[in-house]
Design a binder for this molecule. Structure first.
Ligand SMILES: [Mg+2]
Length: 231
C-alpha cells in the first residue's frame, strides 16, 4: 500500500536542533543566576526525558537532589523557549539532508505531511520560519505538538493526535523519527516508523522500526519511501 501521509518528528529529525536547545537552556540558566551547566555528555543523558520542563525536573531531582518547583521551572522554560526561538531565527539549525526534497516530492504526489512532536508549537513555528521561510501551518497540513497532549513520547498521544487530525488509518501513514522514544511513540499509535538516528541518538535500539536508514536522503522521494516500506 502506498503511503498517504508522512508524519515528521521535529527535534533531531527535521533538523539537528538539540545543540540549539542545549545552548538555550544554558543561556537561560545564566540569566536566572543558576549555576547549572549542561554539557553535551549530560544533555545526551537528559534527552532520555522528553519535554523541556520534564527534563529540568529530572535534572533537579536525580542530578542535584533538589526539589523541583514546577512554577519556577515553568518560568525558566518560558524564557528558554524565547531564547531558543532567537537562536533558530539566527540560523542555529538547518534541515537535515533529504527532508526538504521529501516534503516537496510529497506535495507533488498528493501525499500529506504532518508533524508529531514533543516540543511546543512556538519552537515548531520558529524552526519552520527559519528553515522553510514559511509558517509551519503552511508547510504542514497537520501539527500535533507536545503542549497539546497529556503524555509526551514515548507515549503514543502525539502520534495518535496527528493520525486523528489527518483522518486516516495509522497504517496509511509513516512516521519519520530519530530517537528510541520517538519510535516507541510512533509504533504505539500503530504507525510504521522509519528511523534515521541523529548525533544524540546513534547507537540506540531501533529493532522495532520498519526501517533504519543512515540518512533521510535515502527516502527523499515518496517512491523511495514506498519502496523501503514495501521491502
Ligand atoms: Mg526527535
Amino acid at each position: 500500500m502506498s503511503v498517504k501521509a508522512i508524519i515528521f518528528d521535529v527535534d533531531g529529525t527535521l533538523s539537528e536542533t538539540e545543540e540549539a536547545h542545549r545552548e538555550a537552556f544554558n543561556k537561560t540558566f545564566v540569566e536566572f543566576g543558576l549555576p547549572w551547566v549542561w554539557s553535551q555528555e549530560l544533555y545526551g543523558e537528559l534527552l532520555k526525558t522528553t519535554g523541556g520542563k520534564e527534563r529540568m525536573t529530572v535534572y533537579l531531582i536525580n542530578h542535584l537532589n533538589k526539589p523541583a518547583d514546577q512554577k519556577k521551572i515553568a518560568k525558566i522554560h518560558k524564557r528558554k523557549t524565547e531564547i531558543y526561538g532567537e537562536l533558530i531565527a539566527r540560523g542555529a539549525a538547518a534541515l537535515r539532508p533529504g527532508i526538504a526534497a521529501l516534503i516537496e516530492d510529497a506535495a507533488k504526489n498528493g501525499v500529506r505531511v504532518a508533524v508529531a512532536t514533543t516540543t511546543n508549537r512556538p519552537n515548531v513555528d520558529r524552526l519552520s520560519e527559519a528553515c522553510f521561510g514559511k509558517d509551519a501551518g503552511i508547510v504542514f497540513e497537520v501539527i500535533a505538538a507536545g503542549d497539546e497532549v497529556k503524555n509526551k513520547k514515548p507515549a503514543s498521544d502525539v502520534f495518535d493526535l496527528a493520525v486523528h487530525r489527518l483522518g486516516l488509518h495509522p497504517s496509511e501513514c509513516v512516521g519519520l523519527e530519530d530517537s528510541r522514544n520517538g519510535l516507541l511513540s510512533c509504533n504505539g499509535a500503530g504507525v510504521p516508523c522509519v528511523v534515521s538516528p541523529g548525533v544524540y541518538t546513534l547507537g540506540s535500539d531501533f529493532s522495532e522500526a520498519a526501517a533504519v536508514i543512515d540518512c533521510f536522503t535515502e527516502v527523499d522521494t515518496v517512491e523511495k519511501l514506498n519502496n523501503l516500506l514495501g521491502e
